[in-house]
Design a protein around this ligand. Structure first.
Ligand code: KG4
Ligand code: ZN
Length: 397
């Protein structure tokens, strides 16, 4: 059995979580920095790393407390369950932000005398759908609300005792090899995922990531911050057929994506065609000229185009793989955009149309979180892989 503390600080969420056996989430604490970055309408790296520094210790304390684990001078006391490893998202991300999590993880691993595991953030998004709250498993198994998160009982080995239900849970459906799609602020990538720790890239965006396109579209429409969820909510009020926006890279056979054309088309619909180029461009209109109805319709048209593109590429990937004699047993989604309401609806249609299970993370595990880091670390350890105190923070993927 493993009981792993995970840390995640790659961008603008400071997160810590405790996960048992790579699956059962005993605590999942996320401190978002939206309030700090809102006025800049984007993440400011220096502000992010400073906020991580201030928040990381209280966030870790909260995650341990919720999981019923108590430390005294770095050591678990009494019969409190023991952490068996520390994991940290150490790549890719903002370097100053990553360093905060990596340094905290090293200090904890050293003082507790347990292994440290560096985890790839993107691979962790591909694993997030396999996570379940221990509390939910308890409910399914009919034990009612025994609240194992707050007051775990301990087994002989000192681990929290959680009754595991095997009925129709996500992990039972997540069969490998799977077709994986990571849709986040920095990535739009398709993978063939052969195990929790192994994925082969088969398609990626050649310009903006889909989450980045959402964030920019929200600025164009003045929809608010954070852009993705605000634009999603606005789109639900509009008519997607009121305007047509382009779906890029659909004519050729590629599994790559492109979202910058969609973003530019939206800009021109909102502000008209510019006179001049680049910084000096002058637009005939501003987003202040939009009526509320038109703003919602444009948001809906943007959402329809962006999400349809993802669905079309998923189907194309299934076809390409099958033509190559490579069968996949499931489709797994991860990353912030997998919280999108239309994407969640449309992948369910895809599931029925193609007869293949589609696994989407539970909402708390779509956006950046540390449970996915701790969950994946369990599999690295099971394969005999861990790192040492030289573990680097790596900005690029
Ligand atoms: O995975 P994530 O939390 O961070 C990265 O690894 O980048 O993803 C954040 C991205 C942001 O671009 C955000 O706007 C987008 O996910 N996002 C959404 C929604 N919720 C978050 N995009 C569309 N619809 C949403 N509901
Ligand atoms: Zn992420």
């Amino acid at each position: 059995m493993s009981l792993i503390l995970g840390l995640e600080t790659s961008c603008d969420e400071t997160a810590a979580a405790v996960v048992q056996d790579g699956r059962w989430v005993l605590s999942n604490v996320v401190s978002t920095q939206n309030d700090l970055h809102e006025k800049y309408r984007g993440v400011v790296p220096e502000i992010a790393s400073r906020a991580h520094l201030e928040r990381i210790l209280p966030v870790i304390d909260e995650a341990l407390a919720q999981a019923g684990i108590v430390f005294s001078s770095g050591t678990a006391i009494d019969d409190s369950p023991r952490i068996t490893a520390i994991s940290v998202g150490n790549r890719p991300g903002l370097i100053g932000s990553l360093l905060v999590g990596v340094s905290a993880a090293k200090a904890l691993a050293w003082s507790l005398g347990v292994p440290i595991v560096g985890v790839d953030h993107i691979q962790a998004h591909l694993y997030a759908a396999a996570l379940e709250f221990a509390e939910d498993a308890d409910h399914r198994s009919g034990r009612g609300s025994t609240v194992p998160l707050m007051t775990p009982t301990t087994s002989e080995l000192g681990f929290p005792t959680v009754t595991h239900s095997t009925s129709n849970s996500t992990q039972d459906l997540l069969k490998y090899p799977a077709l994986g799609l990571v849709v986040s602020g920095g990535h739009t990538s398709l993978f063939v995922v052969s195990s929790p720790t192994r994925a082969r890239l088969i398609g990626r965006t050649i310009d903006d990531a889909v989450g980045e396109a959402y964030d920019k579209a929200a600025v164009i429409l003045d929809a608010g911050y954070p852009g993705g969820p605000k634009l999603d909510a606005l789109a639900r009020k509009g008519n997607p057929k009121a305007e047509s926006l382009p779906r890029s890279l659909l004519s050729s056979a590629t599994l790559d994506f492109s979202f910058s054309g969609l973003k530019t088309s939206l800009l021109y619909k909102v502000r008209g065609h510019p006179i001049g180029r680049g910084e000096k461009a002058i637009f005939p209109r501003s987003n202040k000229d939009l009526s509320p109805e038109r703003r919602a319709d444009l948001a809906a048209a943007f959402q329809q185009a962006a999400i349809e593109t993802l669905i079309i590429k998923l189907e194309r990937a299934l076809d390409v793989l099958s033509q190559n004699g490579e069968s996949v047993w499931s489709i797994v989604l991860g990353g912030g955009v997998s919280a999108n309401s239309l994407l969640r609806e449309m992948v369910k249609d895809l599931e029925h149309r193609r007869g293949i299970p589609v696994l989407i993370p539970a909402m708390p595990f779509c956006l950046d979180n540390a449970a996915m880091i701790a969950g994946l670390a369990h599999h690295h350890l099971a394969e005999g892989h861990h790192d040492d105190l030289e573990l680097p923070a790596i900005a690029s993927s």
